[in-house]
Design a protein around this ligand. Structure first.
Ligand SMILES: C[S@@+](CC[C@H](N)C(=O)[O-])C[C@H]1O[C@@H](n2cnc3c(N)ncnc32)[C@H](O)[C@@H]1O
Length: 292
């Protein structure tokens, strides 16, 4: 198996950076394979907690938009965020670099006349400038070789006053360390212990492991993550006014089924009420409005 280092090229200053084309090819291969079992591989991504967060954010954006003609979901995958946008926008363009992801999205939501699917790269969106009322980018930036310059092209298609919704990007590594530790040592041990004592009760694990999937090749910015302050700065310098930017989602189990997993997922609703918790979550989210 190839190692991640083949995807690194030396810059002029001698530093290594990911080779853009190779990263994108790896993303196509990876997500083409993952498409059919995406929700099982990433149960936290469509959990009851994540649904509540996305639903609330899209509703907030819709309420504060005077026009809701066109929405573009960049890197839509199998259409998780798209599904919240479809009832609220006249036309929804769901784009992704993986054709297989879009095929699954089509199977799920293709019956809805407002849905349009486009296979394309987030860095080169084949859309006119200043036409979208909302652009969403969920769990995509960390896959892009140059996430911050991609934000600039994404902003190109937004009209003045339109909204950008970025969500479920890994937060800054140092800040998520405690919860990574909590996940691997406390949550997993708790699940095993519960299985021992309540062997008759249903406890599920996602158990998805496919040879062809190598996350190191596609999650190029996962290890460093994104700092809320840094993301906000980039947004401000790209003509946005930041409405909200914070981190969220602290505890997640390895499945969305089973009573213990459900309980752990729901515990996030409690944790988010603790003061300052929104600085220490594992994901970052931002809602920004393009200046007119
Ligand atoms: C973790 S999934 C997230 C899917 C969906 N947005 C969600 O929230 O469930 C990342 C998606 O980004 C897509 N992707 C990766 N690199 C991309 C690129 N350069 N341009 C467009 N989409 C890309 C992948 O194919 C995949 O569908």
């Amino acid at each position: 198996m190839q190692s991640f280092s083949v995807y690194l090229v030396k810059t002029m200053k001698g530093k290594s950076r990911p080779d853009s084309v190779e990263v994108k090819k790896a993303n196509i291969r990876h997500h083409d394979v993952e498409a059919e079992f995406f929700e099982r591989a990433h149960p936290e991504g469509s959990s009851v907690y994540e649904r509540a967060k996305v639903s609330k954010s899209i509703a907030f954006i819709a309420e504060n938009s005077d026009v809701r003609d066109l929405c573009v979901d960049v890197g839509c995958g199998i259409g998780f965020v798209t599904s919240f946008e479809l009832p609220l926008y006249k036309v929804v363009v769901a784009t992704d670099i993986s054709r297989r992801m879009l095929e699954v999205a089509k199977r799920r939501f293709g019956r809805l006349g407002s849905l349009n699917l486009v296979v394309c790269d987030a860095e080169f969106l084949p859309l006119k400038s200043e036409i979208a009322d909302l652009v969403s980018v969920s769990s995509v930036l960390h896959h892009l070789p140059k996430p911050f310059s991609s934000i600039r092209d994404i902003s190109r298609i937004l009209r003045g006053g339109g909204f950008l919704y970025i969500t479920r990007e890994p937060s800054f590594r140092r800040l998520r360390r405690f919860f990574d530790f909590f996940d691997y040592f406390v949550v997993q041990k708790l699940s095993k212990l519960a299985k021992l004592f309540f062997s008759g009760l249903e406890l599920c694990e996602s158990h998805v492991s496919v040879e062809e999937l190598d996350y190191a090749k596609v999650d190029v910015h996962y290890s460093t993550g994104f700092h809320v302050a840094q993301l906000s700065e980039v947004l401000v310098s790209s003509c946005f006014e930041v409405v909200f930017a914070y981190s969220y989602h602290w505890i997640y189990p390895d499945s969305d089924k089973g009573w213990l997993q459900q309980l752990l997922t729901r515990s996030n609703f409690v944790v988010e009420k603790i003061p300052l918790s929104n600085r220490l979550g594992r994901y970052v989210t931002a809602i920004a409005r393009k200046r007119a």
